[in-house]
Design a protein around this ligand. Structure first.
Ligand code: ADP
Ligand code: MG
Length: 364
């Protein structure tokens, strides 16, 4: 059993923060894991995470520490999940996508394009008797509904659980991708379909949780064994409190839904880490987000959370709440296992993905 990986990332001050706060910052990094955070009342809090990425940290460093080990495992059929958490404007999407998933500047590339390159890079090392296929699904959770970002007519995707494959997005479009550029084009199409709103925080922020799911299936032609790893990346909607956004009407409704699902996520984490000896109830079913993250948080996945924060004192209370979330999540234990069904693999023409054993599927 290992703990899930939790990292903090502080983006550089924005020009507005620089102007309004006179270049002040509220963090001081001590070493690669420890930093001191000063809150609004000038009180110091010391945090220790698996890694802290300070303002000058590079996109490549974040990928190498947080994502690369998970990508390597996913290619070897161990599920992985990477989550970005934080208030609007804290750098979640920048970390996940970079300025765009099609960014050509090597330095600026975010986790997604690096993950795509990493998957194909690792697969190249397979011998000829190993066949593989990579599929990509993209959904967003918007107002407690799961929408297919590759087919907007599918606006209420059901979440199912299968004994073999774990949590599934039932009926969501799966695009087979055979090279990195095809994968990036597909991601870019899906991203363009997301619900985007404008809040008074003055940033075009995503008001939905974006979920990118890669399924990497490998088949050993020699002994017909088949394995599959699921790699899920989640760019969460902003975690700020509703009052701060100045939201009204539809935007207020969206913000309430976002707060509801993020508090459900917090409740699941609390239930998983409350340390009671008996098997306690984990409220995965309280939101679509926690259902989709059930594998990631419940154990059968290597999971990493990037807690994104502004370094500005003006955002100190939201940053502190993000860091406290990360601090709690650090106590979750996971013991991911290889997803392989040898009985089913042995049967010709039957693959993990064509498993039609409906009796093992149930709508959550
Ligand atoms: P979020 O997705 O958390 O709402 P964004 O990722 O959109 O926030 O970031 C807000 C702004 O800050 C964007 O203009 C983005 O380019 C910039 N930004 C975020 N993180 C960094 C970083 N590490 N380096 C440079 N700019 C960043
Ligand atoms: Mg964003």
């Amino acid at each position: 059993m290992s703990n899930i990986t939790v990292c903090a990332r502080f983006r550089p001050l924005s020009s507005k923060e620089r102007r309004d706060d006179g270049h002040r910052i509220c963090i001081r990094c001590i070493d690669t894991e420890t930093f001191i955070f000063k809150d609004e009342k000038e009180e110091d809090f010391t945090f220790s995470f698996d890694r802290v990425f300070c303002e000058e940290s590079k996109q490549a460093e974040v990928y190498e520490f947080l994502a690369l080990p998970i990508v390597r495992d996913a290619v070897n059929a161990i599920n992985g999940t990477i989550i970005t958490y934080g208030q609007t404007g804290a750098g979640k999407t920048y970390s996940m996508e970079g300025p765009s998933v099609l960014e050509v500047d090597e330095e600026k590339k975010g986790l997604l394009p690096r993950v795509v390159d990493g998957i194909f890079e690792h697969i190249k090392s397979f011998d000829e008797i190993t066949k593989y296929s990579i599929k990509l699904s993209m959904v967003e959770i918007y107002m407690e509904k799961v929408r297919d970002l590759f087919d907007l007519s599918k606006d209420n995707i059901q979440i199912k659980e299968s004994k073999v494959q774990g949590i599934l997005l039932s009926g969501a479009t799966e695009i087979s991708v055979s090279d990195p550029s095809q994968a990036l084009q597909s991601l870019s199409t899906g991203i363009a379909n997301r619900a985007v709103g404008e809040t008074q925080m003055n940033i075009a922020s995503s008001r939905s949780h974006s979920v990118y799911m890669f399924t990497i299936q490998t088949e050993f032609l020699g002994d017909k064994r088949m394995k599959a790893g699921k790699l899920v990346l989640v760019d969460l909607a902003g975690s700020e409190k509703v009052e701060k956004t100045g939201a009204e009407g539809r935007v207020l409704e969206e913000a309430k839904m976002i707060n509801k699902s993020l508090s459900a996520l917090g409740n699941v984490i609390n239930a998983l880490t409350c340390g009671s000896g008996r098997a306690n109830h984990i409220p995965y079913r309280d939101s679509k987000l926690t259902r989709i993250l059930q594998d990631a948080l419940g154990g059968n996945s290597r999971t990493a959370i990037l807690c994104c924060c502004s370094p500005s004192p003006s955002n100190a209370s939201e940053s502190l709440s993000t860091l406290r979330f990360g601090g709690r999540a650090k106590h979750i234990k996971a013991s991911p296992r290889v997803s392989c069904n040898e009985d089913k693999c042995a049967k010709k023409h039957e693959t993990l993905f064509e498993n039609k054993d409906e009796s093992s599927d149930r709508i959550l």
